[in-house]
Structure formats: C-alpha cells, structure tokens
Design a protein around this ligand. Structure first.
Ligand SMILES: Cc1cc2nc3c(=O)[nH]c(=O)nc-3n(C[C@H](O)[C@H](O)[C@H](O)COP(=O)(O)OP(=O)(O)OC[C@H]3O[C@@H](n4cnc5c(N)ncnc54)[C@H](O)[C@@H]3O)c2cc1C
Length: 476
C-alpha cells in the first residue's frame, strides 16, 4: 500500500493549520464536563501536556513506567569528581528553540553557553587541524576545497525554498515531495554534486545517519533550525527541566506505573497499567499518549487504531545512538589550542568527540564519544565491561596520552534502554507518509512526543508536541 503525503496533511503535522483542521469533529468538547485526562509517559512531552492542562483546570494523572521522570533527558552524576556529570541524552539547547528556552525562563533555570574553539580532524587516518584558505588533505572538488563545510550553504541551504519552510507550513512543496521522498540524504547530497570525502566531512560534523535517513526528514530539521547560532545548556544538568515540571505536578505523577492496555469508546478511555505486581485501570475523557512508538507497539489496543497508525507503529524505526563519557584529569587538548563542543571529528568507529568541559565546573575535562547508526550498533555489540577499552583503542589513535588521562567512564547505548529502545525516529526513504500520521489523534487518544513534532530528536519537539495536544483537547 502506498500512502500519499499531501500539503494539508503536512500542515496538520506542523500544527499550523488552524484549530481543528483535519481532526475528527468529535474530538473537541467530547466528554462533556469530564475534565479528567490521563497522560502516559513522564518525558518532557507528557510532562508538558500535563503541566499545561493543569494550568487550565484539568484533572490530570501521569503514568510513568520508570522510577524517575525525564525519559531521554537524563543526567548521570555518579562516579565523577568536582561535581561533573554526563548528559546521557539531551545536551544542547539551540538559541532558536523557543519552546525549550521558554520553559527554562519560566522555571528560572540558569543557562550556560558552550564556547567555540578549534576542532581536530582525524579522517582517512590523517590527524590535522584546518585554517581558512589551507588545502584539505581530502579528495574534494575544487569548490569544496575552497569552502569546506561551508558548502552546506550550496548543497543544503540554497534548496530550502525548493523544499518549503517547515515553520510556515509550506514544507514540503509538492515538487520536493515527488522528487525527494525516496532518496537517502547521502544520495541527495551526491546528486547536488557532493564528493564522497565531503560527505565524510559532513558526517564527522553531524553524525553518520545520512546514508540511512530520508531526505525529507533531514531537510525538515536542517530548515527548521536554519538560524541557529549559539548553543546553551542548563547549568548543573538538563534534567532540572523535567524535574521542575514534575515538581509542579506533585502527586499527579505516578512512577512505576507501566501502561499495558488502552480501551476506548465514544465517551471514555480506560487505561490499564501495571504497578507493584498488580494490573489496575483508570478512566478519563482523554488520553495523552506520550510514550515512544517503540513501546506503544506493545501496548494492547481495544479497538486497534486506524490502519495507517498501526502500520506506522509496526514500521517506524528508532535510530540507535551510543555514547561514552570520559572524565579526564586535565583538559589536555587545550595545550594544543583545541577546544569547542565539537572537539574531534573523525571517520573512526568512535565518530565524534564532544567536549562538555566548558559548561562544567572543576579543572577536569569531560569528553563524550558520540556514535550514530553503524558505529552506535558496533559499540552496543561490545560487552559493557569492554566498552571503555573499545573506545580508548580508537581515541588513542589521535590522542595518544588518553589512557593516562582518563579518570572515569560512563557508557550508554540508547538501543538498550528498555523504555525507549533507540534515540529518535530514523525516517527512512519512502517514509515521508508517516510524518502527518504521527500526531493524528485516534478518537480519545492524542499523541505527543518528539517523534510527532517537526523537531524530532530535540527537547523542543517534545515540548512543542505537549502543547499541541493541549490545543487538541481544549479545542483552543
Ligand atoms: C543520545 C541523545 C541525544 C540527544 N541530544 C539532544 C540535545 O542535545 N538537545 C535536545 O534538545 N534534545 C536532545 N535529545 C532529544 C531529547 O532528549 C528528546 O527529544 C526528548 O527528551 C524526548 O521526550 P519525549 O517526552 O518525547 O520522550 P521520552 O523522553 O522518551 O519520554 C517517554 C517516557 O515514556 C515512558 N514510557 C515508555 N513506555 C511506557 C509505558 N508503557 N507506560 C508508561 N510510561 C512509559 C518512558 O519511561 C519515558 O519516561 C537527545 C536524545 C538522545 C537519545
């Protein structure tokens, strides 16, 4: 079955189409005076929906499977000295993420900015830094030699108009949809004239997903954040954001309550959950389903959702992403004049090394190997106890003193996390049809989560989706 993706459907996906467009007429106002809402999942999406509904006087209960809130916003503080920590999930807040920054301001959380610096490259076995005007030791076209990563302006940004603007509801244009839905982003870049080595450079900067990710999805997030310049972090750890929301919800958040069944009819929705070895249920007028699709596919549905939604739950792939954090005795790379968040860009199995030290206190350094797709899978295939050695073996190719520097490690393979099973959706070529289906309500069930938003893979997407479901439920 081929499902056609059209403009109107995309407008719904973006939530810019005006109140009620495309929603079943019965959604708004159903349930009469019943203001009970159940929220499944206490990640940022579910917490946002709950918080905004409570502000409007709704009676909300949040069911969260884990013993903690925050989902993919997880700050690991144990095992490091000087109060340093590892962000296992969300690290960066771009200056254009107004939903995230809006909550940071509302809850009075302190921000700190990542500093810029000179990166190190380790590509094709060569260790080098690069200054404007110098030749790259890579097989690039003459224009790529001249502009380096700046070629993104020609290969990507110059085509934004052809694709449409996701923030204005004009994405994708019918022509872009017809032409690009079947292409991986790597293939798209090659069609624009990008050489193999330019793609290598681009992936060392942005991750290794372009050979598997569809062009529409990648262009949507390139275009959405096109004005991004500065990057922030919540001083002391990003988990303060979900915790601030949860604090305001108090006992409405029920931890270790795993949703296992959703039943609905024309008047109510009943949600069954497991808690303390028992299976119990709650009834409400609406359910906000803010659990990842990889988990929702295992929840029993009575009746089943529409054919498109069920197909989506079967076929949507969650991307693997793995990380290894290394606290170091010193910030030894600064002696070489190196620095900045994207500290080392490589084509080795450890992919990218980010330097988080600039937002942390203490004299020690904090580096993170950040691996996507095949590299993330290869890391996850290594037994947990051998992962530090696996990473060190690769890192010492460009930082030979690393072994004498490392004080502590913390690894994370998101494909192994039982409550997400991946990092974010990886929309594959031909899966553009999923984008408008993801947020579409099914009767009394409304869908939130980063995966239902234009900003997939961002806290901004989770928060934006939480606010969208509130508009659906209230009919605002
Ligand atoms: C490696 C990585 C790096 C990232 N980097 C950034 C970044 O730099 N900046 C940024 O802004 N964002 C980043 N993100 C993305 C950001 O963390 C997510 O987009 C966002 O946190 C997702 O929120 P969510 O509420 O949609 O989902 P989640 O956070 O996954 O929350 C879903 C919740 O549902 C719960 N749940 C699952 N199943 C059930 C069930 N059956 N019953 C009840 N509860 C259930 C889960 O336990 C979880 O708490 C990153 C994510 C990862 C993984």
């Amino acid at each position: 079955m081929t499902l056609k993706l059209n403009r109107r459907a995309f407008l719904q996906w973006l939530g810019v189409a005006g109140a009620g467009l495309g929603l079943p007429a019965c959604v708004h106002g159903r349930g009469g005076g019943d203001r009970r809402v159940i929220v499944a999942g206490a990640g940022l999406a579910g917490l946002t929906a709950a918080y905004e509904l409570v502000k409007l006087g709704y009676d909300v209960t949040v069911l969260e499977a884990q013993a903690q809130v925050g989902g993919r916003v997880r700050t690991h503080r144990r095992g490091f000295t000087s109060g340093q920590y590892a962000e296992l999930g969300a690290v960066r807040i771009p200056d254009v993420h107004q939903h995230t920054l809006g909550y940071v301001k509302e809850f009075g959380l302190p921000l700190v900015e990542f500093t810029q610096g000179e990166p190190l490259y380790y590509l094709k076995g060569q260790r080098f830094t690069h200054r404007d005007g110098q030749p790259w030791p890579l097989e690039l076209t003459p224009r790529e030699q001249e502009r380096g990563l700046g070629m993104a302006a020609e290969y990507i940004a110059a085509h934004f108009e052809e694709f449409g603007d996701p923030r204005r509801g004009t994405f994708p244009t019918p022509a872009a949809l017809a032409r690009y839905d079947a292409l991986t982003f790597a293939r798209y870049l090659h069609e624009q004239g990008a050489s193999e080595d330019w793609l290598r450079l681009y992936m060392a900067e942005n991750g290794t997903e372009p050979p598997v990710t569809g062009t529409l999805a990648w262009m949507a997030y390139e275009a959405a954040d096109r004005e991004w310049q500065r990057t922030f972090h919540i001083r002391g750890g990003n988990d303060q954001l979900p915790r601030a929301l949860a604090r305001r919800l108090g006992e409405r958040v029920r931890l270790e309550h795993a949703v296992v069944r959703i039943e609905q009819d024309s008047r109510n929705v009943r949600v069954w959950y497991q808690h303390g070895g028992r299976t119990e249920s709650l009834q409400a007028a609406h359910l906000v389903c803010a659990i990842p699709p990889s988990l929702l596919r295992e929840v029993e549905l009575r009746p089943a959702f529409s054919e498109e939604k069920m197909r989506l739950l079967r076929e949507l792939v969650m991307a693997p992403s793995s990380r290894m954090w290394m606290q170091t005795r010193t910030r030894f790379w600064s002696a070489e004049g190196l620095g900045g968040l994207k500290l080392v860009k490589t084509d080795t199995p450890v992919e990218r090394l980010w330097d988080l030290s600039s937002v942390l206190d203490g004299p020690q350094g904090m580096m993170m190997a950040y691996m996507d797709d095949q590299n993330a899978r290869a890391f996850a295939a290594v037994p947990a106890t051998e992962r530090p050695e696996y990473v060190l073996r690769h890192v010492e190719r460009f930082f030979p003193t690393i072994r004498s520097e490392v004080l502590a490690f913390q690894g994370m393979a998101w494909s192994e996390d039982p409550w997400v099973r991946g990092a974010w959706p990886n929309f594959q070529p031909g899966q553009g049809w999923m984008l408008p289906v993801l947020p579409r309500p099914e009767g009394r069930v409304h869908f939130a989560g980063e995966h239902t938003s234009l900003w997939t893979g961002w806290m901004q997407g989770a928060i934006e989706s939480g606010k969208r479901v509130v508009r659906e439920i209230t009919g605002a």
